[in-house]
Design a protein around this ligand. Structure first.
Ligand code: PHE
Length: 344
C-alpha cells in the first residue's frame, strides 16, 4: 500500500510537469484529484487497512492530496502566464477597427438656454442669485404688492404646502425681495442680479402650459436707474441672444410689482420679422415681462424709493428653447423621454 501512495505521487508529479495547456490540466486534475480520481480511490481503501496502520495511512493520503493540489495550482498559474505571453506575442490587435460608440449624455434644452442666458447676463455685469423654490406666501405675493385679496393673485394658481403660508413659488420674483434684503445691505448698495430657477403653477397640463417651468428674473437697483436703462439693457440682451440686429419693442402691460410695466417683444428670429407661423405672422415674439420696480417693493427690500430706483424683468427659457428648436409641446421638457432629450 505504501508503495502505491509513493507511486501515485511520483507519477502525478511527473506527468504534471509535462503539461502545457489547460485542457490537459483539467484532465490531470480529474484523474488524480477528481471524485473518482486516484486520491479518492486511496481514501476509499482506508476501511480495508489493518487497524494498526489505518491512522498512519490516512495521514499520508491526506498529505498526498494537499501536495497534489498545491502542485496543481502552481502549474496552472504557470500555464496561464505562458499562454498570456504567447498571446501577446502572436495576437495582432487591429487598431483601425472602429471603437464601440459610447452614448453620451447631453444637456437638457432648458439647461442649455439657461447657460446662454447666464453667459450673456454675466458679461453685462449681472451676478447669479439663487433664491428658494419653496417660498413663504409673503414673499411670493404680499411683499410684491399682492395683498391677500388682491385680484391679481388669481393670475397664478398656486401649489401650497400643508402650511397655507408656505408654497412653491409661482414665479422667480419673490427672489427680488430676498436679493434686495441680502445684497442691498439695508438699502445702501446697488445690485444687479439675475435669478434663474424652477417655478410651479397649479395649471392644467397642455401642450402650452406645464405645472413646472423655469424663469430667469433680472433685477437692477441703483440711484439713477431709469426706464431707458431697462430698455437699453434688454435690447442689448436681445442682440446678444438672438441676432446682432434684433429689434425689440415694448408694450404697456400690468404687473403689481412694477410701475410702469411693459411686455417685451423681439423681432421674430425665425423669419426676421417678415411674418411666419411661429410668430403668427406678426413678425414679433414675446420674450419678457418687465418694468420699473414699484416703490412699495423697493421699500419691502429695504430701499428708500425717494433715493433708489430699479428695473426688473422675467423671461421664460422654455419658451425661448421651443421657438429656437421648433418644439411644439412644452410637456416634452419634463416628460423624461430620452427620444426627445437625446436630440440635444
Ligand atoms: N413675475 C412675472 C411673471 O411671472 C414676470 C415679471 C418679472 C414681470 C419681473 C415684471 C418684472 O409673469
Amino acid at each position: 500500500m505504501d508503495k502505491s501512495i509513493d507511486d501515485i505521487r511520483g507519477e502525478a508529479i511527473e506527468s504534471l510537469a509535462a503539461i502545457v495547456d489547460s485542457e490537459s490540466l483539467a484532465e490531470w486534475r480529474s484523474h488524480y484529484l477528481g471524485r473518482r480520481g486516484a486520491v479518492a480511490v486511496l481514501f476509499r481503501q482506508i476501511g480495508s487497512i489493518p487497524a494498526a496502520e489505518r491512522a498512519e495511512f490516512g495521514k499520508r493520503v491526506n498529505a498526498l492530496r494537499g501536495e497534489l493540489a498545491g502542485a496543481f495550482d502552481e502549474r496552472a498559474a504557470l500555464v496561464e502566464s505562458q499562454r498570456l505571453a504567447r498571446d501577446l506575442e502572436t495576437d495582432e490587435i487591429d487598431i483601425t477597427l472602429p471603437a464601440h460608440p459610447r452614448r453620451r449624455g447631453g444637456l437638457h434644452p432648458s439647461t442649455r438656454t439657461h447657460r446662454e442666458f447666464q453667459t450673456i447676463w454675466a458679461d453685462m455685469g449681472f451676478q447669479v442669485y439663487r433664491s428658494r423654490e419653496v417660498e413663504a406666501d409673503d414673499f411670493n405675493f404680499s411683499l410684491l404688492n399682492l395683498p391677500p385679496h388682491h385680484p391679481a393673485r388669481d393670475m397664478q394658481d398656486t401649489f401650497y404646502t400643508s402650511d397655507p403660508r408656505v408654497l412653491l413659488r409661482t414665479h422667480t420674483s419673490p427672489g427680488q425681495i430676498r436679493a434686495m434684503r441680502e445684497l442691498g445691505a439695508g438699502g445702501s448698495k446697488p445690485i444687479r442680479v439675475i435669478l434663474p430657477g424652477m417655478c410651479y403653477r397649479q395649471e392644467q397640463v397642455t401642450a402650452r402650459s406645464e405645472i413646472q417651468f423655469t424663469q430667469v428674473e433680472g433685477l437692477a437697483i441703483g440711484r439713477n436707474i431709469r426706464m431707458s436703462d431697462l430698455k437699453g439693457t434688454i435690447a442689448e440682451f436681445a442682440r446678444r441672444m438672438y441676432q446682432p440686429d434684433a429689434r425689440v419693442r415694448f408694450r404697456a402691460s400690468y404687473f403689481p410689482f412694477t410701475e410702469p410695466s411693459m411686455e417685451v417683444d423681439v423681432e421674430c428670429f425665425l423669419c426676421g420679422g417678415k411674418g411666419c407661423r411661429v410668430c403668427k405672422y406678426s413678425g414679433w415674439l414675446e420674450i419678457a415681462g418687465s418694468g420699473m420696480v414699484h416703490p412699495d417693493v423697493l421699500r419691502n427690500g429695504g430701499y428708500d424709493p425717494a433715493e433708489w430706483s430699479g428695473f426688473a424683468f422675467g423671461m421664460g427659457p422654455e419658451r425661448i428653447a421651443m421657438l429656437k428648436h421648433g418644439i411644439h409641446d412644452i410637456r416634452y421638457f419634463w416628460g423624461n423621454d430620452l427620444r426627445f432629450l437625446r436630440q440635444f
